[in-house]
Design a binder for this molecule. Structure first.
Ligand SMILES: [Zn+2]
Length: 707
């Protein structure tokens, strides 16, 4: 019986206007429409705040003499001195107090270190502090400030896609970048899907002292960030041995391409199967050549004992975590007979003398505080959550001397980033990237290593951070406030007004149904068409580099708001039956939640916003499906009457597919934009066309009950 009016396939594309009049108060309707559009339009006129504060290079003639300190140079000839002279952005001399103070000229600034430790800034060879800044609720400026406060003066960003590359390059070109950054462009994602050779369009650079540099290419050999790490044994019976993403030949082809193009390869390999595969691949690719590009391996958590010396033989840099997760182990412990394969840091050091071993925080996965990692390297104690947790029995003795750990966390990590000639140690001619500490890590009780703090951070001769209680180290310097994420939301008053309007419209529709319908029909119709057009424009934009998270989130708000307005008009046209009204209310509430997820709760930057977005989308889809199924008889839309049902069903498709497609795929959102765009374009048009004479009210009540 429902098929009687189901005529989607045979719709004439002719606007049937005979016998219909424009609403009596068309002018007022258009004015109302304009007013309605005004609100969301305010959303996109909000300006963007500046994203950083330009960095001015150090005055090249300015001489600063640091004396009376314990200076850990991380050089072999002169590991410890008393003083250091800095001119402009570089170190001029290191030596005894006498030697340094003899350099004093009229304008020199003298800083008495009062016995405190001055050492090279920490070099975090692998972090996501910058590329992941949004999901941590930080602006790029706040993220880099966090590094600088922690004494990190150089870092490697190990997940750079095209959109982050554009963002950080713009940030650097504006002079906002204050921490030396090396970028690793992704050739494959954490789930092992290849992302093509897009990185070839962005050549690596090696300009000494540059703040931003493209270092190399990141390849994921096994799971860990997605799926399971690839082991040669089962962690738990029946669990399998994890995910190795590529065959030997596939990985070899990728690494050979990276090597031939002159980029450094950074291969993520956690489990022993991945580690061995990556070593084999690198051995084949290098074919006896020295590793001049400093190809490196990330995490290398499980290494079979007979493989340890291969790192030194091939010159491959292992990038190691220092904060061993004793408090919160990542998974079940490694079975006893394999336990010695996990985290064999001391064996790596002893079997590979002369090979740089790099350190990484892998923020946000581990602590951003280098002292937590120093404690881990030296004692295997973990301070996560303040409780100090001892390591597993098998790992107790696998520690490194503090001097060695500090060297790994500075000069050896600088090698991993290809900057060991520029930074990482304190020697004449090198860039003045250094920090001053509250306590001497070489003399502090090992269990208290993590209680240390950074008092001063200097990058390229410029003070970037100074602990407020240590002003004597930075006379005249005031810490700046990092520029937060731009708040793209409209002013609070506008948000409340929009929310009130969205609440008022359905209430008005309920109370004055007939009159409301005649006023709202053109408004909601136009709103629907406009929403559809914007969705389609966004779909178009998503294929071009115009697309970035902030603009897309901002723009999503506008059509979602219009969609909500569009839904109220249909609700008003639906004159009978609680079921259809309920369905429309669901669709409306869904659209509101969808819109509010970005407006109220901050652009998906938190779980609440994301939850609202999904709930809103689901509600809207279910509402359209319910309304569409009762409208199969053409009660509101006599033509294309199954369209709402189809749109509702199609909206569910991208929601379902997003769990099947790779994490980084843009297709679910494109599908969504396409479905909502095409769907609402037609729904809006149908709303304007919907007859206001109530011929359908002549349906008998028995039919109503069936629905
Ligand atoms: Zn990582």
């Amino acid at each position: 019986m429902a098929r009687r009016n189901f005529n989607l396939a045979s719709i004439p594309l002719v606007i049937e206007s005979s016998g219909r009049k424009l609403p009596g108060r068309a002018n007022q309707a258009l004015i109302g429409c304009g007013l309605l559009l005004l609100l969301p339009l305010i959303l996109i006129t909000c300006g963007r705040a500046p994203e950083g504060v330009p960095r001015e290079p150090a005055d090249p003639s300015r001489l600063t003499l640091y004396f009376n300190g314990t200076i850990l140079t991380m050089t072999e000839g002169q590991p410890q001195v008393e003083g250091m002279a800095v001119r402009g952005e570089k170190i001029e001399a290191t030596g005894s107090d006498e030697e340094i103070l003899a350099l004093k000229d009229g304008a020199a600034a003298l800083i008495d270190l009062d016995g405190r430790v001055l050492m090279p800034g920490f070099v975090d060879a692998h972090t996501h502090l910058l590329n992941d800044h949004r999901s941590q609720g930080l602006s790029l400026d706040e993220a880099q400030y966090q590094a600088l406060k922690n004494g990190i003066t150089s870092l490697g960003t190990l997940y750079v896609d095209e959109s982050f590359l554009r963002e950080i390059q713009t940030f650097d070109e504006s002079g906002f970048l204050r921490v030396r950054s090396g970028l690793y462009l992704v050739a494959s994602d954490p789930c092992g899907s290849e992302k093509g050779a897009w990185w070839k369009e962005h050549p690596p650079s090696r300009v000494p002292g540059e703040m931003l540099r493209i270092n190399g290419v990141k390849i994921f050999a096994d799971g860990g960030s997605c799926g399971r790490v690839a082991l040669s044994f089962e962690l738990q019976p029946g669990q399998g041995t994890g995910d190795l993403w590529f065959t030997q030949d596939e990985l070899q082809a990728m690494v050979a391409e990276v090597d031939a193009a002159g980029y450094q390869a950074a291969i993520h390999a956690i489990g022993d199967r991945a580690v061995v595969q990556a070593l084999d691949v690198l051995e084949t690719v290098l074919a006896g050549r020295p590793n001049t590009l400093h190809h490196r391996m990330e995490h290398v958590s499980v290494i079979p004992p007979e493989q340890i010396a291969r790192f030194g033989e091939l010159g491959i840099v292992p990038v190691l975590i220092g904060e061993y997760p004793s408090c919160t182990p990542y998974g079940p412990p490694i079975p006893g007979q394999y336990a010695q394969m996990e985290w064999p840091w001391r064996a790596l050091r002893e079997e590979n003398p002369g090979l740089p071993l790099a350190w990484h925080t892998d923020v946000p996965f581990q602590s951003p505080n280098p002292f937590d990692h120093l404690l881990g390297f030296a004692t295997r104690l973990d301070t996560a959550g303040r409780a100090v947790c001892p390591p597993a029995e098998a790992l107790l003795d696998d520690t490194l001397p503090v001097e060695e750990a500090l060297s790994m966390m500075t000069i050896q990590s600088a090698y991993a980033l290809g900057r060991d000639e520029e930074v990482g140690s304190l020697a004449p001619g090198k860039y003045a990237d250094f920090i001053v500490l509250a306590a001497n890590p070489l003399s502090v009780e090992p269990a208290k290593l993590a209680e240390n703090r950074v008092l001063l951070t200097v990058v390229g001769g410029r003070t970037e951070y100074c602990w407020p209680a240590s002003q004597e180290l930075c006379p005249g310097f005031a810490n700046r406030t990092a520029v937060p994420l731009p708040d793209l939301r409209p002013p609070t008053a506008v948000r409340w007004l929009a929310a009130a309007l969205l609440l008022f419209l359905p209430l008005a529709a309920m109370a004055t149904r007939r009159r409301y319908a005649s006023h709202m029909q053109p408004i909601s119709g136009f709103s629907g068409i406009l929403a559809g057009a914007i969705w389609l424009a966004l779909l178009f934009m998503s294929f071009f580099p115009l697309w970035n998270e902030d603009t897309s989130m901002l723009l999503l708000t506008l059509p979602a708001f219009l969609m909500a307005v569009g839904t109220t008009g249909i609700a008003a046209l639906w004159r009978r039956g609680w079921f259809g009204t309920l369905a429309l209310w669901l669709a409306l509430l869904g659209a509101i939640a969808f819109s509010e997820s970005s407006v109220v709760s901050g652009w998906f930057r938190n779980d609440l916003g994301w939850g609202l977005f999904i709930l809103g989308l689901l509600g809207h889809a279910i509402g359209l499906i319910l309304f569409g199924s009762v409208n199969l008889r053409g009660r509101v839309f006599p033509r294309w009457n199954a369209l709402p049902l189809i749109v509702g069903l199609l909206v569910l498709l991208p929601l379902a597919s997003s769990s099947m497609l790779p994490e980084s795929s843009d297709w679910p959102i494109r599908m969504l934009l396409g479905v909502l765009g095409g769907g609402w374009l037609v729904i809006g048009w149908l709303t304007i066309q919907a007859p206001r004479d109530s011929s359908h009210e002549q349906m008998n009540d028995a039919e109503q009950v069936v629905l």
